[in-house]
Write a protein that binds this ligand. Structure first.
Ligand SMILES: NC(=O)c1ccc[n+]([C@@H]2O[C@H](COP(=O)([O-])OP(=O)(O)OC[C@H]3O[C@@H](n4cnc5c(N)ncnc54)[C@H](O)[C@@H]3O)[C@@H](O)[C@H]2O)c1
Length: 302
């Protein structure tokens, strides 16, 4: 019988469907030091972001010879040594499209939150303050949204933003993407023209931040920076400096260089709208991820 380890949990409906198809599913999390040994008894491991499938784990699994498939339920495979696993004959798959709409909606939510002080107004009201005069916001309509990366999530953000009356511009290493009704520009131009800059690209392999003090200096005065992609993309100290100096008006973050966040300066910054890496955390995305996992496994072993 084909055995599947759901190391970071799996949708109940997906487990039931896999069991109905005759697979055995074990829903159990193992620490890195025991995971490799356990994988001797599994054909498939399904992870989210918590479990790391690094070289030593892959070595142990490959030596045992049973593991054939690693699935990341979600987009980013940065918790898996993909190339190494594939060199060892283990296939790695993810579910790239399942959460795009969820991340896009949270991005739009953060734009409203920063523009109208929703998060900070909540926090200060609960501490007894009534900052009616302080929180004069700005509308999204008529503003320019600059998307860095025009992949699955950015496209979902783009049409929603346009529906709200925003002008959408974008940059992408692929260049201008055929069939999209938005204006393509260089990164320099996007930074110079956008009122809101939102990042939707993977982190660089060396984790060097794309947006550092120099890049922030290129942005419009009073612009707002959003990152719901990967924490390493922004130099958060430079971001805090830019907010303190009034160069940027606000920021929104769902992802961080270190998670959970320990950086007190960042955490206490009143001009940043925070969420704890919940871009994909919707019922709908989880259901779609579960369905995609069932599909990947069924096709792989067909
Ligand atoms: N917050 C969350 O919970 C959450 C959930 C899902 C995905 N993500 C992250 O969102 C990001 C985007 O995901 P996606 O599904 O849209 O990816 P995607 O692969 O569909 O799109 C990424 C796009 O960025 C472009 N690109 C790559 N590097 C670039 C660079 N340096 N400059 C400009 N363009 C560049 C690519 O050509 C591609 O078009 C990823 O980092 C992913 O890990 C976050």
């Amino acid at each position: 019988m084909i055995r599947i380890l759901a190391a970071d949990g799996m949708e109940a409906s997906a487990i039931a469907e896999l069991q109905a198809k005759g697979y055995e599913v074990v829903n159990e999390h193992y620490e890195a030091d025991e995971l490799g040994k356990k994988l001797a008894d599994f054909d498939v491991i399904v992870v989210r972001s918590a479990t790391k499938v690094r070289v030593p784990v892959i070595d142990e699994a490959a030596a045992a010879g049973r593991l054939k498939l690693i699935i990341r339920g979600g987009v980013g495979v940065d918790n898996i040594d993909v190339k190494y696993a594939e060199e060892k004959g283990i296939t790695v798959r993810n579910t790239p499209a399942a959460s795009s709409a969820s991340v896009a909606e949270l991005t739009i939510g953060h734009m409203f939150s920063v523009g109208r002080f929703i998060g900070i107004a909540n926090a200060t009201m609960r501490s007894g303050q009534w900052n009616k005069k302080k929180y004069e916001g700005s509308e999204l309509a008529g503003k320019t949204l600059g998307l860095v990366g025009m992949g699955r999530i950015a496209r979902e953000v783009a049409w929603r933003a346009e529906a709200l009356g925003m002008k959408v511009i974008y940059t992408d290493v692929l260049g201008q993407i055929e069939g999209l009704p938005y204006e393509f520009m260089s990164l320099d131009e996007v930074l110079a023209q956008a009122d809101y800059v939102s990042l939707h690209i993977p982190a660089a392999a060396d984790k060097k931040p794309l947006i550092d003090a120099e890049r922030i200096a290129q942005m419009k005065d009073g612009a707002i920076l959003l990152n719901l992609a990967r924490g390493a993309l922004i130099d958060t100290a430079a971001l805090c400096d830019a907010l303190d100096e009034g160069k940027l008006a606000g920021a929104a973050l769902d992802v961080y260089p270190e998670e959970p966040v320990q950086d007190e300066r960042l955490l206490n910054h009143p001009q940043i709208s925070f969420t704890p890496h919940i871009g994909a955390a919707t019922k709908e995305a989880q259901t779609r991820i579960g369905a995609e996992i069932v599909d990947i496994i069924s096709k792989f072993f067909a």
